[in-house]
Design a binder for this molecule. Structure first.
Ligand code: C2O
Ligand code: CU
Length: 486
């Protein structure tokens, strides 16, 4: 392709080969159970997985059903599903169905929507899936460590009439901090990660393997579902000459368009569905490069074009997805709310928003002992002047049930934050005061340093819902609140 060869993001360096084709996660085809509900069991427990190829060793991880990622759960839109969680870990856990608009009691947030599941315990989740799209599941208990050790899996809800493609592929991306013997570095919750960009690792996997190459066929059309399951790493994927079109964001259809800035940006927890027409010479190779962090680009994976063409020209099948049944917010009559994000390191100091005053740059920074004291109290990051501590959370905002709301968010920090709201999808309507070009529905919106973003939604799912940064170290260090819909 004429592009500079880049090494893979792994401690193994570029020399290690032999990973072979990507391991495809186990597919759980939901079987009809009693009462018409599909029955699935997810068992969270320690396990050994092969993240990096031989001759390196296997990795002790925490797994759903023995694997990383956990099984791909495939459902049909509108289907009712019953999923039993069994806890084989040595600590409490739950499962949160990220992006699925489920009833409050099924949302999997310990102490807020259910009691945590003790070691040896179980919990039965049962709900309908109103929206088709690409979703995922993960624990909501000590997520920074439980997700970071491998507890996550994809959840796909198929449209009544799925897009016509040759292959429908899911890539769950993750970023691990491994030791030189392929073990997981146990420094979860390190103060530097809590106060900076989060736990950025040294090894990137797709579907639980350091990727090598993926065979594709010239002329074929692929629906590629991307899920970012990393604690903190933001991906910016560049497919070079292949020019994929984005057809859904966070599971919700969007008018098909080329990725803004030429790369598919995925903050933690975010998803993108792409339609990828494989064009190019048989036998050639296309590098997929992650170039989100300036000066740190690396080759994620090679797409190797088969010698045989599947067809001469890309197919002319339609690629627009049908909309999901989301209520359209009434922007004229919407109630307006403000959210301000503060905290984190700035100029070598922890910027702390003390005493609940909003806006401004926060109190004078502190460093060293001050930072340790703040962390001891559980807060480095603040939403509207408050850092969440422990699990007792008074609502930071109340949204009238059934009404339209605009939430104007300001990121007053020096860091990116993927902000996630449970129980709802919202439209992203402006960025820095400028209307967005795609007016995309999302459940997680990535905010750049100093950026302002307005989102709009109809608060149609009653309950107390988590609202937090999905950089899991930021969530742990206070960037979390509760939004009441009543
Ligand atoms: Cu992906 Cu509050 O979660
Ligand atoms: Cu954050």
């Amino acid at each position: 392709t004429g592009r500079r060869a880049l090494s893979r993001r792994t401690f193994l360096g570029a020399g290690a080969a032999g990973a072979g084709a990507l391991a495809v996660p186990l597919l759980v085809r939901a079987a009809q159970g009693e009462g018409g509900a599909s029955g699935i069991t997810l068992r969270a427990a320690p396990g050994r997985v092969r993240l990096v190829p031989e001759p390196y060793g296997e990795t002790d991880a925490w797994c759903y059903n023995g694997g990383v990622p956990g099984p791909e759960i495939r459902l049909r839109q509108g289907e009712r599903v019953r999923i039993v969680l069994e806890n084989g870990l040595g600590e409490e856990t739950t499962v949160h169905w990220h992006g699925l608009r489920v009833p409050h009691g099924m949302d999997g947030v310990p102490h807020l929507t259910q009691p945590p599941v003790p070691p040896g315990g179980r919990f039965v989740y049962e709900f309908e899936v109103p929206d088709a799209g690409t979703f995922w599941y993960h624990p909501h208990q000590r997520s920074f460590e439980q997700v970071g050790r491998g507890l996550y899996g994809p959840l796909i809800v198929e449209e009544h009439e799925p897009l016509r493609v040759d292959r429908d592929i899911t890539w769950v991306l993750d970023d691990w901090r491994l030791t030189s013997s392929a073990g997981i570095n146990g420094d979860f919750g390190h103060p530097h990660d809590l106060s900076h960009a989060g736990r950025i690792g040294n090894t990137v996997t797709i579907n639980g393997r350091v990727p090598d190459s993926v065979p594709v066929r010239p002329g074929e059309r692929i629906r590629l579902r991307l899920v970012n399951a990393a604690n903190a790493r933001i991906f910016g994927l560049d497919f070079g000459p292949l020019a994929p079109l984005v057809v859904a964001m966070d599971g919700q259809p969007v008018t098909p368009h080329a990725p803004d800035g030429g790369m598919v940006v995925l903050g933690p927890a975010m998803r993108s569905d792409l339609v990828l027409d494989v064009t190019g010479e048989p036998g050639s190779t296309v590098q997929v490069v992650d170039r989100f962090y300036r000066g740190q680009e690396y080759r994620l994976v090679d797409l190797v074009l088969d010698e045989a063409r599947l067809r001469e020209m890309p197919p002319d099948w339609p690629i627009a997805l049908p909309a999901n049944p989301l209520a359209e917010p009434d922007l004229v009559n919407a109630r307006r709310h403000e959210v301000i994000l503060n905290g984190g390191m700035m100029g070598g100091m922890v910027m702390a928003e003390m005493g609940g005053s909003m806006g401004g740059g926060g109190s004078p920074g502190m460093s060293g002992g001050g930072m340790m004291a703040l962390m001891h109290e559980g807060g480095i990051w603040f939403i509207n002047g408050r850092a969440a501590q422990g699990h007792v959370l008074e609502p930071m905002l109340s949204l009238g049930h059934g009404r339209s709301h605009v939430i104007a968010m300001t990121n007053a920090t020096a860091w990116h934050h993927p902000m996630h709201l449970h129980g709802h999808s919202f439209r992203v309507i402006t960025r820095n005061g400028v209307p967005t070009s795609h007016r995309e529905w999302r459940d997680t919106v990535l905010m750049a340093p100093r950026e302002t973003v307005e989102i709009a939604l109809v608060a149609d799912n009653p309950g107390d819902w988590m609202f937090h940064c999905h950089i899991l170290e930021h969530q742990e260090a206070g960037m979390m609140g509760v939004i009441r819909v009543a």
